[in-house]
Design a protein. Structure first.
Length: 267
């Protein structure tokens, strides 16, 4: 248990860094590590991916909220990109969260893998992500992107416990925003997914793990250890946002997605 807590603290620190720099809220760090530890427990192995996704959303509520407050002071949270997109993401999150509680474990795991692989490939192949478009001022979000796109982002993100940043960051990049601004916007846009997902996994889940350390599918011990590592790191990392070259920032984002993909596949 001591070794497990220590490892979770370390990955919590990493999730704090990724929350500020990439807008992940911790999802792509916490899902693989919680999945690995849960899988090693014979009593929980059959529900390991559900526990990982649920715990990720719980951690994301605090991480994304803390990072949002920090980013407010920087002026990077642009209202025209937040509203009403955030409302439609919340709507999609309700649908995706309920669907995830009924999904087969293996389906959930391989959809997570496919989601990562397609996102990486799309960001590398299509122009506008690795190198920011240099064609004038950032472009506004269209009506279809805000409504149907926002609902889809919320549904996919809550289903997989990843907060939506892997869809919102590339979207903002292709609208011409700097990587630092795109990552900053990903945190408030992840909040409805995290809040709604956590509520559903905690109180509307079926076949949940036994034990006092769980609230529904949420592993309270793992979530607590991850947050003990992430919150101090968020406070420190926010000081370096904007100092990283834009292209290097985008490449690092894709590198972390690739690492999460490998971790899930290998495990």
């Amino acid at each position: 248990m001591l070794i497990e807590i220590s490892v979770l603290l370390g990955f919590g620190c990493l999730s704090g860094v990724t929350t500020v720099l990439f807008g992940f809220g911790g999802g792509f760090v916490t899902v693989p590590v919680v999945y690995a530890f849960t899988l090693a427990d014979p009593d929980q192995a059959l529900g390991a991916m559900h526990v990982a996704v649920a715990t990720s959303t719980a951690v994301m509520v605090v991480n994304a909220g803390s990072a949002t407050l920090a980013q407010l002071r920087t002026g990077r949270l642009r209202r025209d990109y937040l509203w009403p997109l955030i409302a439609f993401i919340g709507l999609g999150a309700v649908l995706g969260s309920f669907a995830a509680t009924m999904a087969d474990e293996s389906v959930l795991r391989w959809l997570f893998v496919a989601y990562l692989a397609l996102t990486i490939a799309d960001s590398v192949v299509r122009k506008g992500f690795v190198s920011r478009r240099d064609d004038g001022a950032p472009r506004a979000l269209g009506g279809f992107t805000t409504t149907a796109g926002g609902t889809g982002i919320g549904a996919v993100a809550s289903f997989l416990g990843v907060g939506g940043s892997v869809l919102t960051v590339p979207l903002m990049r292709r609208k011409g925003l700097p990587m630092a601004d795109a990552a900053a916007l990903a945190n408030p846009l992840s909040l409805p997914v995290a809040v709604i997902g956590t509520a559903v996994y905690a109180f509307a889940a079926t076949g949940t793990p036994s034990g006092a350390a769980h609230l529904g599918y949420v592993d309270l011990v793992a979530a607590g250890a991850l947050l003990c590592g992430s919150l101090p790191t968020i406070a420190v990392t926010r000081r370096v946002v904007g100092r990283i070259p834009d292209r290097a920032h985008a490449i690092a984002y894709l590198g972390l997605l690739a690492a999460a993909l490998i971790a899930i596949v290998v495990r």
